[in-house]
Design a protein around this ligand. Structure first.
Ligand code: 5MY
Ligand code: ATP
Length: 597
C-alpha cells in the first residue's frame, strides 16, 4: 500500500496522526536537477520542463515526491507518497546498535537494516538547524522534507563524491507511530546506559538500507541455485542453515585523517583528552587516524593494531550480523580471530593479529571499481612485506606519550599533496579526499559562518540557500567549483557547505564484509564474485586463503549548519583539556606551540 504523507508544514498533532496533506513550499526546494540518485536506479529524479514538473520516483515504489508549480510561479505543491511499512510480525528485527542520532535495527531475513531517528528526551530536540528553520520543525520533530533532504544529501551529494560503489541505496518508508513507541519500549533492555538520555523520536518515516555487515545479495540470474539452497531458520534467524562460511564485518569509524592547517595534533587525539576529562573514556586511545590514512604500510598496521587495543567507538567486528567484538566485549578478539582465520596454530596471538591487520589493510586500500574518475593511480602499497622483526616491533609498540605531535602523511614530491601513497580508488583515499574539503583556514570559516548567521537572522539570505535540495547551491558542481565569485555571501555559503560535507565524512563509518571462499570451489568463486553488475573483489589473507569482500560507507547524515559553532567550541575545549592534562609534564612541551583553534 502506498500512503501519501506530506508533512512540510505539519503540526505535532499531524505527526502523531500521520495522514497526508499537500502543502505549498518554495519552488527551488523541489526543483531537483534531473539526475540518478542511486546507482541501481531505485531512486531517480526526473524533470520535464523543470519549471512545471518535478518528480522523485522510486522504481520499486519506495518513495515518490511529486511537484508542480502553482500559478504564482514561485510556489510549488509537493506531495510525498511513502509505502506503508511495518516492524510487526511476521517481520523479524533485532536491535543492531546506535550512535548519537539514530537507532539501527537489523532485519536478518531481509539482509537489511532500518534506521530510526532519535530525540533528546529532555530537550525534545532533534539534530536540526532549529533556530533557522523554526517554521518547518514542529516542536523540534523532523519532517518528511528533512528526512528526504538527508537522504538526497547522502545519496546524491556523497554518492557522487565518494562513488556509488561505496554508498548503498536507501529508501524511506512510513511506519505508524504506535509501532515506533512499541519498538522504543522493546529495545530498552538492549540499549547502553550512556545512550538512554535519548530515545526514539516520534517520527513516522524510517530509512531502510542494505545491511552492510553482510555481503550484497548476488543477482538472481547468476546465483539462482545458490540462493535457493539457503534456508533461514526461524529459531536462529541470523544464521543460514546451509554450510555457508560466516561473514565477518569490520566496522571502522576512522575520523579525521589529515592534520588541519597550522595544527600539530589531529582532532581525534586532542579529543581524547576532552573525553577523558568528561569521563567518557578511561584510557586514551592508542589509535591515531593520521597513521591509518598515511598510506604507509607500517603506520596503517600500527593504527589497526591500536584499534584492537583501544576500540572505543572506532572498531567493531560483526559475525553474520551479530556484534562479536567492540569496546564492551574486548576479550572476544582472539576467539573471534581464531574462528575467522582457522589457523593450525590457533593460539598464536601474533599470527592471528597479523592475518587480521593485513587483511583489513588490504581491504582499505583495494581499488574499488565503480567508474569514479581518478586523477592517477599510485603505487600499489601492498607490494612491500613486513619482516618478523617489523611485526615484533609493531606488536610491542605502545603509545605512551600522547603529547607528541601527530605525524602527518609523507607528502609526495609530485602529484597531489593529499593521500600521497593511498591508492586513489581505495575507500580510504576517497574518504580523505572528501574530508579534505574541510581543510580550511578556521578564521575564514568562522567569519563566513558568523556572517551567514547574521544574514539568516535579518532575513537577507534565506536559510533555503543551505539546503541540499537547492537547485543551485545544492549541486555537486557548484559545491566543488573553485571559481572565484564577486559575491561574498555565495563564497561563504560554499565554504560552510564544504565544511559540512567534510564533517559528515569525518564522522562516518567504513564497513567491510568478508566471507571465506572454499579454495577448491571454482564455481563458488565465479558465482559469488558478482554483486549486481559489479564484481566483488577477492582478497587473500597471509595464508593465501581467499575472501570475497565488500566495502561500504555508512552514517552519511548531513550535519547541521550549526556544527561550525559546535566545532569551534569543541576545538577550544579540546585544546584546553590537552594543555591542562599536559601542563604537569610540561618539560616535554616547552617550545611546542599550542594548536591553533
Ligand atoms: O565531535 P566529535 O569528533 O567528537 O564527533 C561526534 C561523535 O563523537 P566521537 O568523537 O566520534 O565519539 C559522536 O559519536 P558518539 O555519540 O560519541 O558515538 C557523534 O557522531 C557526533 O555526531 P552527531 O552530533 O550525532 O551528528 C559527532 O559530532 P560531529 O563532530 O560530527 O558534529
Ligand atoms: N547500513 C548499515 N548496515 C549495517 N549496520 C549499520 C548500517 N548503518 C548503521 N549500522 C550500524 O548501526 C550503528 C549506528 O548507526 P549510525 O552510525 O548511522 O548512527 P548515528 O546515530 O548516525 O551515529 P553517530 O553517533 O555517528 O551520529 C553503526 O555504528 C553500525 O554498527
Amino acid at each position: 500500500m502506498i500512503r501519501k504523507i506530506c508533512e512540510f508544514s505539519l503540526s505535532l498533532n499531524d505527526v502523531q496522526n500521520p495522514d497526508w496533506v499537500v502543502t505549498t513550499m518554495p519552488a527551488d526546494l523541489v526543483n531537483v536537477r534531473p539526475s540518478v540518485l542511486s546507482q541501481d536506479g531505485l531512486l531517480v529524479t526526473t524533470a520535464g520542463n523543470s519549471q512545471q514538473q518535478t518528480s522523485v520516483t522510486a522504481i520499486g515504489a519506495t518513495v515518490v515526491v511529486e511537484a508542480a508549480t502553482s500559478d504564482a510561479g514561485n510556489q510549488t505543491t509537493r506531495s510525498c507518497h511513502c509505502p506503508q511499512w511495518t516492524l510487526r510480525r511476521p517481520r523479524h528485527w533485532v536491535y543492531r546498535g546506535e550512535g548519537n542520532a539514530s537507532i539501527v535495527l537489523a532485519l536478518p531475513q531481509e539482509k537489511k537494516i532500518v534506521k530510526l531517528a532519535k530525540i533528546d528526551y529532555k530537550l525534545r530536540r532533534m539534530d536540526s538547524d532549529n533556530q533557522f528553520v523554526a517554521q518547518e520543525v514542529n516542536g523540534g520533530i523532523r519532517t518528511i522534507a528533512e528526512t528526504l533532504e538527508r537522504l538526497i544529501f547522502s545519496q546524491k551529494i556523497l554518492g557522487s563524491l565518494l562513488g556509488a560503489g561505496l554508498v548503498r541505496p536507501c529508501h524511506v518508508f512510513h511506519v505508524d507511530l504506535d509501532e515506533i513507541e512499541e519498538v522504543d519500549r522493546l529495545i530498552d533492555v538492549f540499549r547502553p546506559a550512556h545512550r538512554k538520555h535519548k530515545r526514539l523520536a516520534p517520527v513516522c518515516h524510517v530509512i531502510v538500507c542494505p545491511d552492510c555487515t553482510l555481503l550484497p545479495r548476488p543477482p538472481p540470474l547468476l546465483t539462482q541455485s545458490a540462493e535457493q539452497s539457503v534456508t533461514v531458520s526461524p529459531a536462529s534467524p541470523c544464521k543460514p542453515t546451509t554450510q555457508q562460511p560466516p561473514v565477518f564485518c569490520v566496522e571502522l569509524k576512522p575520523k579525521q585523517g589529515f592534520l588541519s592547517m597550522g595544527h600539530q595534533h589531529c582532532p581525534f587525539c586532542l579529543n581524547q583528552f576532552l573525553k577523558r576529562k568528561h569521563g567518557k573514556i578511561q584510557l586514551l586511545s592508542q589509535y591515531c587516524p593520521l597513521d591509518l590514512f598515511s598510506g604507509s604500510r607500517m603506520r596503517m598496521l600500527k593504527a589497526i593494531i591500536a584499534l584492537t587495543r583501544t576500540p572505543q567507538n572506532n572498531l567493531r567486528i560483526f559475525q553474520d550480523g551479530n556484534l562479536v567484538f567492540a569496546e564492551e566485549c574486548q576479550s572476544n578478539l582472539m576467539p573471534v580471530l581464531q574462528q575467522w582465520f582457522q589457523l593450525d596454530d590457533a593460539n598464536d596471538r601474533t599470527l592471528l593479529l597479523k592475518h587480521f591487520c593485513t587483511l583489513v589493510m588490504d581491504a582499505l586500500t583495494m581499488e574499488i571499481c565503480d567508474g569514479v574518475d581518478v586523477d592517477q593511480t599510485v603505487d600499489d602499497i601492498r607490494e612491500a612485506k613486513e619482516s618478523q622483526e617489523d611485526w615484533n616491533r609493531l606488536i610491542k609498540e605502545e603509545r605512551n606519550d600522547h603529547s607528541l605531535p601527530c605525524l602527518p602523511p609523507q607528502i609526495r614530491k609530485t602529484g597531489p599533496a593529499i593521500a600521497a601513497s593511498l591508492p586513489s580508488r581505495s575507500v580510504l583515499c576517497r574518504l580523505l579526499r572528501v574530508q579534505s574539503l574541510g581543510d580550511v583556514d578556521f578564521g575564514r570559516l568562522y567569519d563566513a559562518y558568523d556572517a551567514l548567521v547574521c544574514r539568516f537572522r535579518d532575513g537577507s539570505v534565506p536559510y533555503d540557500t543551505m539546503r541540499w535540495t537547492h537547485p543551485h547551491t545544492g549541486t555537486v558542481d557548484w559545491l566543488l567549483s573553485q571559481e572565484k565569485t564577486t559575491n561574498q555571501t555565495m563564497d561563504d555559503v560554499r565554504l560552510v557547505q564544504r565544511y559540512r560535507i567534510s564533517s559528515t565524512t569525518r564522522d562516518c563509518s567504513i564497513m567491510i564484509a568478508f566471507q571465506r571462499l572454499a579454495n577448491d570451489s571454482a564455481k563458488d568463486a565465479t558465482e559469488f564474485s558478482f554483486a549486481g553488475s559489479e564484481h566483488l573483489p577477492i582478497l587473500r589473507d597471509l595464508s593465501g586463503q581467499r575472501y570475497k569482500c565488500h566495502a561500504s560507507v555508512v552514517d552519511l547524515d548531513p550535519k547541521p549548519v550549526t556544527c561550525v559553532e559546535k566545532h569551534r567550541r569543541r576545538n577550544q575545549a579540546m585544546n584546553e583539556a590537552f594543555w591542562l592534562s599536559n601542563s604537569s609534564s610540561s618539560h616535554s612541551l616547552t617550545n611546542r606551540l599550542p594548536p591553533k583553534v
